[in-house]
Design a protein around this ligand. Structure first.
Ligand code: PHE
Length: 490
């Protein structure tokens, strides 16, 4: 008997919980800052509407209609396509291995926030790179394991394990807390942030558009891949989650999930930029200089700003608790997609045993990110798997559903479940618009990566990153050539 969500609300909580994560609170504002604030919002919103919402509806519909996780769902579409499901799960697994490392840093900061004097006060950058990460000079200098981060990673995996060990039933108990809690915390931080001196300077930088940035192709790739990342698309997650529904209104739940996720991103952008404005006023720096530090945004600029605030400890605890609770339901959604896949093809192995093995293997692999070169590995792998891998898997999915399963057939199903009507536009976007856009973006990204090796990392590191894209691609190709043995599981 398939697991079921206890209610529509819990399904939406789980879907929003997966979508809203670390991607919303540091990745989105950092991208906004990278392109001069408001100008990123335009491609972001366009990609949300043109790519994100149609694809989310597609994933919800396949999962709920076929009542299967990603691999079996694509196998039902055509047995030669089962590799697409595998590729989604594989990318998700790669992401969660490093996502947990980011959670590990959060845990380290959370613990440190209880020290009487915040230890990073006045030296947030050195503290992050030197004390927390103990970062080496380059990706080749792996050094050793950093035991503090290692301990954080272990705690992260224990938290994740106990969220998923009983499948949907334990996951929904956790999301009932981890979904609303960060929202409340964010609102508190918002009011604190906008009342800081200089907040307006930051907010203005955030909302003032710079239209010339729209001509940069990279802004469109960043916006599209951010949409995949933030809506947890192309990972098999939304397919797995919707497969635990009997008959939900796909159109409504899809819109609610997509819109609340983006509202939260835009809202946390206000918090982050208000704080940046405060920092800029305090230190005499420019908001634009402060906002372009990538992973540093959450772990350098924010701690620094927090330490400058009255009630520093209280707000630091609040902030890292927010990050952690945002991260945890995203992380376990990735694990749950892997577990569901293995569970569906194991003969009666209990879900908690499978969950344990998956978490343990992911923890072991994640140790790479606790070394002195951990951040470099994280950076290069994230680049390939998000900017190329997700767009590629998304393209394969949309082609399979649009052209082989039949977009109109799926639209008819969506309309049968929904009160409102999903128009013909959806069919066109699944069949033509999205495949064309994704092909162009993919082409540009691959060309850029070949011409300019990402961040100047050595070839072996590029190869490692590229492997996260090539391995699933080879599996897709091989499984497409090998017809399914009806008794075999894969
Ligand atoms: N959507 C989550 C975020 O924005 C991350 C995530 C990606 C979760 C992929 C699941 C799958 O942080």
């Amino acid at each position: 008997m398939r697991d079921r969500w206890s209610s529509t609300t819990l399904f939406i909580f789980a879907a929003v919980g997966s979508a809203v994560g670390l991607g919303n609170i540091w990745r989105f504002p950092y991208l906004a800052g990278k392109y001069g604030g408001g100008s990123f919002l335009i491609p972001y919103l366009i990609c949300l509407i043109v790519i994100g919402i149609p694809l989310l509806l597609m994933e919800f519909a396949i999962g709920q209609k076929l009542q299967k996780g990603a691999i079996d769902a694509f196998k039902t579409v055509n047995h030669r396509l089962r590799g697409i499901g595998f590729a989604s799960i594989f990318s998700g697994f790669v992401v969660v291995v490093y996502y947990a490392a980011v959670m590990a840093w959060t845990i380290v900061y959370l613990v440190q926030s209880f020290s009487p004097q915040l230890p990073w006060a006045g030296q947030a950058k050195d503290y992050f790179f030197g004390n927390v990460l103990q970062l080496s000079d380059g990706i080749g200098a792996i050094g050793g394991i950093n035991w503090v981060v290692f301990a954080g990673l272990a705690v992260a995996w224990i938290l994740i394990y106990f969220s998923v060990w009983k499948g949907v039933k334990s996951a929904e108990k956790v999301v009932a807390i981890t979904m609303p809690l960060p929202m409340i915390l964010l609102v508190i931080l918002f009011f604190r942030a906008i009342t800081l001196e200089g907040a307006l300077t930051g907010i203005l930088a955030y909302i003032t558009p710079n239209f010339s940035a729209l001509l940069d192709t990279q802004i469109w790739i960043d916006a599209a891949s951010q949409i995949f990342f933030t809506l947890s698309l192309a990972f098999g997650i939304m397919i797995a989650y919707a497969s635990y529904n009997e008959k939900e209104d796909i159109r409504k739940t899809g819109y609610v999930t997509a819109l609340s996720n983006s509202l939260i991103s835009i809202f946390s952008g206000f918090v982050v930029f208000a704080v940046l404005g405060y920092m800029a006023t305090q230190t005499g720096a420019l908001v634009s200089d402060l906002s372009t530090s990538g992973p540093g945004l959450a772990f350098v600029v924010f701690p620094e700003a927090l330490s400058l605030m009255p009630w520093a400890n209280f707000f630091a605890v609040l902030f890292f608790l927010t990050l952690l609770s945002l991260g945890i339901d995203s992380a376990f959604s990735l694990v749950e997609a892997v577990n569901t896949t293995i569970f569906d093809r194991s003969n009666g192995t209990s879900k908690s045993v499978i969950a344990f093995l998956v978490c343990f293997v992911a923890f072991l692999l994640g140790i790479l990110f606790t070394t002195n070169a951990g951040l470099y590995f994280l950076d290069v792998i994230d680049h390939y798997v998000v900017n190329t891998g997700l767009i590629l898997v998304g393209l394969l999915q949309v082609l399979a559903i649009g052209w082989i399963y039949g977009a109109d057939k799926l639209r008819a199903y969506i309309n049968a479940t929904s009160k409102g009507r999903l128009g013909k536009w959806w069919t066109y976007s699944i069949k033509y618009v999205i495949p064309i856009i994704l092909t162009v973006l993919l082409f540009i990204q691959i060309k850029t990566d070949i011409m300019v090796p990402y961040e100047g990392y050595p070839m072996w590191a590029q190869a490692l990153g590229a492997a996260t894209v090539l391995v699933p691609l080879v599996v897709v190709a091989v499984l497409a050539l090998v017809p399914v043995d009806t008794k075999a599981k894969l």
